[in-house]
Design a protein around this ligand. Structure first.
Ligand SMILES: Cc1cc2nc3c(=O)[nH]c(=O)nc-3n(C[C@H](O)[C@H](O)[C@H](O)COP(=O)(O)OP(=O)(O)OC[C@H]3O[C@@H](n4cnc5c(N)ncnc54)[C@H](O)[C@@H]3O)c2cc1C
Length: 436
């Protein structure tokens, strides 16, 4: 089968290796001029599942992420404790990309750089290929791994994000100010920083300080400058010189696309909103999704399906079902919590974080994008901790209950593809998550 992969990012490269190893004819088109210009040599936070059992080596220079300290809107700090052996790894992105690219090429995939894909070729509702400049390239299956801003979704009914479902993140690694005293909290993340919809962080990363300022829906220059000076005032180790980064990048932060496949098309990674809705950590998830899509094609081959049937929405739906049941349902629950937390008053959020309503284990789970289970009985027991906060406690409990409901709805994705059923399911899911 001929497969075109648009975008040589994490998901695209991993899938390229899988599909080429299974004997498919795989061409990857990437807009960057070459591999080294694609990614900065900065560190990203990647959970260990991305490496265990996947055959992907942990890139050189990786180290366990230090514990997060969450800063509430009122300035109170809650430190999370997690053993070093369980902590996510801080990984050099360029080395990971390089490893995935080498695996893809070694499996037989062909990588083409300098191709800006502009649109999908759609004939009678089926994707037949892609357009890049004056070139038209045809394939049985187009895999879209071009990220949140994908231009391939038009005309085939694939979900596109609302503006406030995109996180606009400024990220830069600043030279460390050697004259400032060492920071007490090495990995500080500010929730609803300065009362705004988003987070900021300052991470002491050896010789540099990793700074991120992310806001939902957009990041104005004035907001960025204000947040940066507040961060610098609170973290004197942030020096003046930027060593790496300094741009504003877009990350989808919502539950996964309810329709990520069509005839001749499958979306993967950020193009299908596979990041953790609260944090935007999507590397491990994109790798897992690439493997699930590969398994879906292999299962079709075992059944003896031809290329047309293998690349049909009906067959590719098995990939979406696998993704939702294994990962996506939990993300729907986390997304509901994110939306509810953003609607909370700063006072309630500060209380929730500082009180014992959420245990250290709960916070560790949330930081990994996993749902938490606080039963009404255990929540009521905790009322003793702060009886004056009973209304807030009830609100938190109601939020958790709704989040479990969202997880159940998401996990009940129709097992077979039928437009009326899938639309009904996605509407039900959209309603519960966005009404949360
Ligand atoms: C600032 C920032 C910090 C992040 N931190 C983390 C983190 O710590 N941990 C984590 O797990 N995740 C993190 N993420 C998210 C993570 O980068 C993504 O979830 C992950 O890379 C998803 O993989 P992907 O294949 O979907 O997209 P990407 O890896 O982003 O790859 C998309 C590729 O498509 C190419 N492309 C785009 N449009 C076109 C086009 N029209 N034609 C051709 N090529 C195109 C791009 O150049 C790029 O190479 C972060 C993201 C950002 C922006």
């Amino acid at each position: 089968m001929k497969i075109i992969i648009a975008g040589a990012g994490i998901g695209g490269l991993r899938f390229a290796a899988k599909a080429a190893a299974s004997g498919h004819d795989v061409e990857v088109y990437e807009r960057s001029a070459n591999l080294s210009s694609m990614r900065f040599d900065w560190h990203d936070d990647v959970c260990r599942e991305a490496f265990s059992g996947t055959g992907i080596e942990v890139p050189k220079g990786s180290f366990p992420k230090k514990n997060w300290s969450f800063v509430a809107p009122d300035g109170r700090i809650r430190r999370m404790y997690e053993s070093e052996s369980e902590a996510d790894l801080s990984v050099r992105r360029d080395l990971l990309n390089e490893e995935l690219a080498t695996a893809a090429v070694n499996s037989g995939a062909k990588l083409h750089f300098g191709y800006e894909i502009e649109a999908a070729i759609v004939e009678n509702g089926r994707v037949r290929g892609v357009v890049a400049g004056t070139k038209k390239m045809y394939a049985d299956l187009v895999v879209d791994s071009t990220g949140a801003e994908s231009c391939l979704k038009k005309g085939i009914g694939i979900d596109t994000p609302e503006k406030d479902e995109i996180f606009f993140a400024y990220r830069a690694f600043y030279e460390k100010n050697g004259t400032a005293p060492a920071a007490e909290h090495t990995n500080k993340v500010y929730l609803k920083h300065l009362g705004e919809n988003g987070i900021s962080w300052a991470i002491q990363d050896g010789y540099s300080v990793d700074v991120l300022i992310g806001r939902l829906g957009g990041l104005e220059r004035a907001t960025l400058e204000n947040a940066l000076s507040a961060l610098k005032a609170d973290n004197p180790t942030i020096g003046n010189r930027i060593l790496v980064g300094g741009g504003i990048y877009e990350i989808p932060v919502r539950y996964p696309a309810c329709k990520m496949v069509a005839d001749g098309y499958a979306a993967i990674g950020d193009a299908a909103f596979m990041t953790i809705p609260m944090l935007g950590s999507g590397i491990a998830t994109s790798i897992a999704a690439a493997d699930m899509l590969g398994d879906c094609l292999n299962a079709a081959a075992k059944k003896g399906l031809d290329a047309e049937a293998t690349a049909s929405a009906k067959n590719l739906w098995n990939y979406e079902v696998a993704f939702f049941t294994r990962i996506g349902a939990a993300h729907a629950g986390v997304d509901l919590m994110k939306r509810s937390v953003l609607k909370m008053s700063d006072e309630d959020l500060s209380w929730m974080l500082a009180s014992k309503v959420l245990t250290n284990d709960d916070i560790c789970l949330l930081a990994k994008g996993r749902p938490i289970y606080v039963s009404p009985i255990s929540a009521l027991r905790k009322v003793a901790v702060g009886i004056k906060k009973l209304p807030t406690l009830l609100k938190v409990n109601a939020m958790l209950m709704r989040s479990h409901r969202a997880i159940r709805i998401a996990a009940a994705i129709p097992r077979t593809y039928a437009e009326d059923k899938t639309e009904k399911w996605s509407e039900k899911l959209r309603k519960i998550v966005s009404g949360g």
